[in-house]
Write a protein that binds this ligand. Sequence first.
Ligand SMILES: Cc1cc2nc3c(=O)[nH]c(=O)nc-3n(C[C@H](O)[C@H](O)[C@H](O)COP(=O)(O)O)c2cc1C
Length: 382
Amino acid sequence: MSTLFSPITVRGVTFPNRVVVSPLCMYSADDGMAQPWHFAHLSTFARGKAGLVFAEATAVEPEGRITPRCLGIWSDAHAKAIRPITDFIKSMGCVPGIQLAHAGRKASTAPPFQGATPLAPDHADGWQVVGPSAEPVGPGVQVPHEMTTDEIKKMTGKFVAAARRSIDAGFDVIELHGAHGYLMHSFLSPISNQRDDEYGGDLEGRMRFPLEVSAAVRKEVGEDMPLFFRISAVDGVEGGWSMDDSVALAKALGEHGIDVVDCSSGGVSGAPRFRIDDAGKPLSKSSARKPGFQVPYAERIAKETNLKSMAVGVIIDAVQAEEIASSGQADFVALGREIMHNPFWPLHAAETLGDDPDFKMWPDQYGWAVDRRSQIVAMNKG
Ligand SMILES: Cc1cc2nc3c(=O)[nH]c(=O)nc-3n(C[C@H](O)[C@H](O)[C@H](O)COP(=O)(O)O)c2cc1C
């Protein structure tokens, strides 16, 4: 059995394998509520047998959405609407996870397939964005309202309430979104956080809000639930957040109840990551990234802390993913665009790695027929 397809246990949850569906915004919610699209989208990955299926960045309050079409969990009705999805994921033997998020100063934009244009507070679909400081993310983007200390503490409470509802919605894992320039990352990075109170200044001050959220969520969910935290390991901007900062943060996160550090990068300034031009071509630099470009970040976290790590970013084939897992560079291997391209990627990867010669990993409804298919393919080759 490959390492990739060996089970792994974190706290009270055993994952059937280490393949993870990275959180993927679908921009398809209605007032934050999950729709049939979300069921179709996430249940497909469960049929594909990813060990952990993350729901997209899910906002803890309406103003925390990236776009007016993003998923939310700011009411019990939102949690109830998601429940059939988590039930189905579990029925496939997979683990459902949710990424809790607040988009901060990068909120209030149009969906990427509508141009990702920033929406001003007076736009019919827009709202006032918030952040650690009154520093906009880039030219042409609205200036955030600088959060007061009272508002920061209340925001922690919103993450806690969202964590409680995530349990009610049936999720077994929570990831806190501390990356891509959104609210928690904007507190961490000196580029976006220019406060001089206890929530800004030195590293300790800038880490305070994300650490308070982590500790409060851990307290709410109890000791059995694995907690992931997604970081932007580096800002990639001069004077920005560095990998050394990430190692220090990871150690502190471990002391505040986090188990797994999910290593992404970037997003603190400039254009939104997945912006398209008028002709529909991506403007994002991410399209030029090399396979596994963020794996070294996950590897440093795995080697220099006692936390588990997750690698993500242009992880494409089974052998590459197995090398990451078996060499200890990361405990979990997450896929985004690749698994959208092939939602049955885990089943195909298990076949490639020789872990599922008889198609037993497939859902019963498909496995027997896919087995016959493979016999027919083999006969016709001969
Ligand atoms: C359509 C789309 C939506 C995404 N939504 C989220 C999200 O909700 N939260 C998040 O942390 N990252 C999000 N990302 C980033 C992915 O989770 C992933 O980190 C990134 O795509 C790199 O992995 P990949 O090369 O396998 O796609 C999104 C990416 C794409 C393409």
